[in-house]
Ligand binder design. Structure first.
Ligand code: DGL
Length: 261
């Protein structure tokens, strides 16, 4: 089995796994959720880069042929400093490309504190579509609310109204969900943002780019390949197991607990 490796700081990256599994049904996936060291979103670039190095090494030791960094914070802070040995995709560029394709005037970007501080989305958008205005806002409370399972809860809605108010007042017409956890808040965020604001996340765009990249590099699994998904975590979490089953279906293999150093 030569799988695609995917990692995130926790559960949220499974939304990218779901998009990959749908777009690339013949590919096996090895997923690492670094639950022991979550959150990455409040940590420095040096620390996130060190964790990312460790995670890449873990996946490469399992023989993966390509890597998807599903974590926005790691994509923004660490990936530019690293040169992985196999084709590797982050989520910032695909998300920015999708936003540039749908936005007419003003992009709002929401993410963790570290992602927003890095300006990675704004820089990518400035390269791809210099005519667009970009406003960013860190939404640090969203990750714990999603981890708590409060995806559609009045408390989360109140928090969202407060976070999004300045972006909506500034007239954004597109909102980039620049964090793995935010697609899980999509119905609530759509309600708060209102019609006329397109919500963009990276999962489908990165799956499309990986499909094209694997095909171009001659690395795509042949049709009808036996598929095996492995889910590794660095700390046990029953919530993670439930979440994995909800996203990937009841046949999902049990979580394997590993140490990543
Ligand atoms: N995976 C992180 C991201 O996409 C969110 C959770 C965290 O802070 O580690 O930015």
């Amino acid at each position: 089995m030569t799988a695609i490796g995917v990692f995130d700081s926790g559960v949220g990256g499974l939304t990218v796994v779901a998009a990959l599994a749908q777009r690339l049904p013949d590919e096996s996936i090895v997923y690492l959720g670094d639950t022991a060291r979550l959150p990455y979103g409040s940590k420095s670039a040096a620390t996130v880069t060190q964790y990312t190095r460790n995670n890449l090494r873990f996946l490469l030791q399992r023989g993966v042929k390509a890597v998807v960094v599903a974590c926005n914070t790691a994509s923004a802070l660490a990936l530019p400093n690293l040169e992985p040995e196999v084709p590797t995709w982050g989520v910032v560029e695909p998300g920015a490309r999708r936003a540039a394709a749908v936005c007419s005037r003003h992009v709002g970007v929401i993410g963790t504190e570290s992602t927003v501080r890095s300006d990675a989305y704004a820089l990518a958008l400035a390269r791809l579509a210099p005519h667009l205005r970009v406003s960013s806002r860190a939404c640090p409370l969203f990750v714990p609310l999603v981890e708590e399972g409060w995806h559609d809860d009045p408390v989360t809605e109140q928090v969202a109204r407060r976070y999004l108010a300045p972006l909506l007042a500034a007239g954004v017409d597109t909102l980039v969900l620049g964090c793995t956890h935010y697609p899980l808040l999509r119905p609530l965020l759509a309600r708060v943002a209102g019609q006329g604001v397109d919500l963009v996340d990276s999962a489908d765009s990165v799956a499309e780019e990986v499909a094209r990249g694997l095909a171009a590099a001659g690395l795509a699994a042949p049709p009808g390949s036996a598929v095996e998904h492995h889910l590794y975590v660095t700390d046990a979490s029953s919530g993670f197991a439930d979440f994995a089953q909800r996203i990937l279906g009841p046949a999902t293999r049990p979580l394997e607990w590993v140490e990543v150093t």
